[in-house]
Ligand binder design. Structure first.
Ligand code: CA
Length: 231
């Protein structure tokens, strides 16, 4: 059963949110003052936070900022003023969603459900695989156990050689490797082919993982030397 903390000083709104969330089987705590809300947020375990921006005591900006220093659970920011929402976005405080008052309770419940489902998937994925087996470079994720590759959440199908080349470079980020070094590392010395094979494979990998293969974000060409994985 997921636990939700609401920090909202308008009691009628807080009660309405609580009622609707409880109807969906969530366990809900309410704080109507900011400093108390912050204390509860930090001391207890919640699966999701709903924070009003303007609060007596500590405001929603600060509560959001402090939660994010320690916790990964989703944060929904609520405000009657669009300027506040813009400010939260601008400050990059790490909120996951923004809702402008007035909003319909069913809209709130729908968003809560979506964020909790997403968060649960993330937590399960993190638990399922030891961190050592996962390489992450910005949007690129490589699972060394299953040999799967994702870019921004989309799985990419690489051939065995492409996978070996990409994962070798990702495990040695920022190092420049010559085509000769990469060929020796990934291909058997006596295998058919030459260093042009490396160029062909880099091109194919880029077509699969780069948004714009003419401006690679991951595998960078170091002219006259070779390639390196940018971090
Ligand atoms: Ca308020």
């Amino acid at each position: 059963m997921s636990r939700i903390l609401i920090v909202e000083d308008e009691e009628a709104i807080a009660e309405l949110e609580k009622d609707y969330l409880e109807l969906s089987d969530y366990v809900v705590d309410v704080c109507t003052e900011g400093t108390e809300g912050l204390r509860k947020a930090m001391e207890e375990e919640y699966d999701l936070y709903i924070l009003d921006v303007m609060l007596p005591g500590t405001d929603g900006f600060e509560i959001c900022r402090q939660i994010r220093t320690e916790k990964n659970a989703p944060i929904l920011m609520v405000s009657a003023r669009k300027e506040d929402i813009d400010k939260v976005k601008g400050l990059g405080l790490g909120a996951d969603d923004y809702i402008t008052k007035p909003f319909s309770p069913s809209e709130l419940v729908a968003r809560v459900k979506a964020h909790l489902a997403r968060y649960e998937r993330l937590v399960n994925a993190a638990n399922a695989t030891a961190d050592d087996d996962i390489i992450r470079i910005r949007g690129l994720k490589i699972d060394k156990t299953s040999h799967q590759v994702w870019v921004d959440g989309d799985e990419k199908n690489l051939t065995t050689r492409e996978y070996e080349l990409l994962s070798f470079m990702a495990e040695n980020p920022n190092q420049v490797f010559s085509k000769e070094q990469l060929f020796q590392k990934i291909w058997d010395m006596d295998s058919v082919g030459d260093i042009a094979t490396v160029t062909v494979h880099i091109k194919k990998i880029r077509e699969k993982i780069e948004m714009n293969k003419d401006k690679p974000q991951y595998i960078e060409t170091v002219w006259g030397v070779g390639y390196r994985m940018k971090i």
